[in-house]
Each structure stands twice: as C-alpha cells, then as structure tokens.
Design a protein around this ligand. Structure first.
Ligand SMILES: [Zn+2]
Length: 345
C-alpha cells in the first residue's frame, strides 16, 4: 500500500451537513407519548475501490494520461474504458473479443452536446461552481468521457461550450484519483504553443476569473450613482426588520467593496446586518464590480446578481465566494415576505 494522499481542510462530510447538538420534544400521534429526541452521530465513511477502473485513474494521477480501450479485431475504441469486451463483434458474429486496455487517448476532443451549467452545486462540488457537466469525445472513441468543463475567461456563461466545441483536457496540479482530477477548457482559450502538449496542468493557463477590471467611469453612470446608493442603503436598512433576511446573513461576515462606473461604496456584512459605507473599503474580502449602477437598483427590486454575473453585467474577484452573492440575492424575497406578513397583521 502506498502513502495516503489527502487534501487538508477538505472533508468528505461537508461542515454544513453536520448537525448541531439539538434536542426536541415529540408527541406520538397514536398514543400521545411524549419523547425527547437528540441528534446523535453515526460514522459512515468508507474506502470505495475504483476496481477495474483503477488503471484509468492511476494513469491520470501519475502520468497525466487519459486511457481508453480498443478492440483488436474491429478497432472500435471506447473512452472511458468502462467495459472489457467488444460489443460490436459480439453483435456481428457473437465472438467474445476482449478489448485491449491502456490505449492512450489524444487530449484534444470535442463536446458531444451542450453542457448544462451548474451554478448552485451541492456541498461537495460547491468549490467548483460554476462548472459545466460535459461529455467529450476523444479521438475515435465511440463513447463520451464525462468531464467538468470550465472557461479561463471568468464566469461560465451559456454559449461558450456547444455541441462540437473543440476542447483541451487539463489536469489539476494535485491529483488524487477522482474524476475532478481533470477537466476541459475550450481549445481556443489555450495558447497555441500549448495545444499539442500532453498532460497540460491548470497552472500553465491564465485564469481571468481571479481579477476583475475596474469599471468604465462615465458621466451617465456618475449621474445614476447617488440614486443607486440611496436605493441600496434603504434596501439593506430593511434587514433588521426582517427575521428571514437576518437568517439569510446569519453567521456571515464580509467586507465587500462595490465598484460601479459612477463611484464606489462598501457593504459591511456583520452581526446579521449590512452597513453601507462610502468610498473605499480597506482590505475587502470580496470585490463586486457592477458597471452600470442602475443594475444595483434592479437588485434592490428583486433582480438577481448571480444572473447579472452570468450574463456579464457584473463580476466578482473570487468565484469561490459565490455563496456571499447567493445570500445577497435571497434578501429581496425575505424582506418582501416579512413585509407582506406584517401587512396582514
Ligand atoms: Zn470489435
């Protein structure tokens, strides 16, 4: 047995899935018996073997190769190598031909279909979001390799990948034998001199998502800015009156620098409220760029920032912190629902 590889701080059971110490009193409807129930743990992680797919993952980990299988008789190729006998020959003349395994596949291919995009991923995949769930045909393969697809140009938007888009396989710097050890990017985003390179690592590419440009300052935007700032101030000022909105931002602390083409301000999220400050925020945790300040007024009226980022109307400097943007997007509905309930009383 070789040494155990680990990703420190990354847990099989995500933190959010671990319940707090809780108890509740339950009355059974049948006999009205009153019981106390408590949360108790049950440990269920285990070592799951990749079995006969192990050579595929070992080649990814150790050699940055993608393996397929080929029929020695009819030359049919499949990738990934998920079966061991040729289905074509078996259909033709009922001969059971074992596939040759360990065939090295080219690392440029094309999308079989348009990949659906995951923006809200479950806890295990949240750190990859947004990503596309793609299927890629490599070489002469008769089957598609399931693969995550990304763009180096920022937020993954519809239209970047389509059926037939040429893609390049890229490998993670740290590979541990998971299907997330490799992914695909559009071939035209790879510098020409790297397109034929096998075993291309993610660090060889320039990832634009981590830097957001400053918005273009215009007189029209400057004119809109005070109105936008006023709308945002009024909007976040409603949080202390809305229990739902307070829950949305509970246990969350962020210093957010908002930059627009008409001026900048800060949102200080702390203790279940958001304070608006003018101008520059020192050492912000997150920078949100919204070029047109009227989009912020739209947000206070229920428009989604996630959607705005998706269509290119806004950007953030850290795509790993989409969770903060999700929280900001929930506020409008929470505030509205609490206001409606107050109105009924
Ligand atoms: Zn065959």
């Amino acid at each position: 047995m070789e040494k155990v590889m680990r990703r420190p701080g990354d847990y099989v059971i995500p933190h959010e899935a671990i319940p707090e110490v809780m108890s509740r009193i339950t009355v059974f409807p049948e006999d009205k018996f009153v019981c106390v129930e408590r949360t108790e743990p049950m440990f269920t992680t285990y070592w799951a073997s990749a079995g006969e797919l192990s050579p595929f993952f070992l080649a990814v980990m150790k050699e940055k190769k993608i393996l397929g299988a080929r029929c020695p008789k009819c030359k049919m190729v499949i990738c990934p190598p998920y079966m061991t006998r040729c289905p074509v020959c078996q259909n033709d003349d009922s001969s059971l031909v074992s596939l040759e395994t360990g065939i090295e596949m080219p690392q440029v291919g094309y999308m079989l279909g348009t990949p659906p995009i995951t923006v809200f991923a479950n806890a295990r995949f949240a750190r990859y979001a947004p990503f596309g769930r793609g299927r890629v045909i490599l070489g002469e393969s008769q089957s598609a390799l399931p693969i995550q697809v990304f763009t180096t140009t920022g937020f993954l938007k519809p239209g970047i990948f389509k059926a037939g888009t040429k893609v390049k396989i890229v490998f993670r710097k740290v590979r541990m034998g998971f299907s997330t050890d490799y992914f695909a990017v559009p071939l035209d985003e790879v510098p020409e001199k790297l397109r034929d390179k096998k075993g291309l690592e993610e660090t060889a590419l320039k990832w634009k998502s981590m830097e957001v440009g400053d918005p273009q300052v215009t007189d029209a935007f400057k004119k809109q800015f005070p109105k936008a700032l006023q709308a945002v101030t009024r909007f976040v000022g409603a949080i202390p009156k809305s229990p739902r909105a307070q829950r949305d931002v509970a246990n969350w602390t962020r210093k957010i620098q908002v930059k627009t083409g008409g001026g900048k301000f800060g949102l200080l999220l702390d203790k279940q409220r958001i304070k608006v400050v003018r101008g520059k925020v020192p050492r912000p945790d997150l920078v949100l760029v919204v070029e047109d300040p009227t989009h912020l007024i739209g947000w206070t009226n229920g428009d989604s920032l996630v959607n705005l980022i998706r269509i290119g109307g806004a950007g953030i400097n850290n795509l790993q912190d989409m969770e903060t943007v999700f929280k900001l997007d929930r506020l409008h509905r929470s505030i509205r629902r609490d206001a409606e309930e107050r109105g009924k009383k």
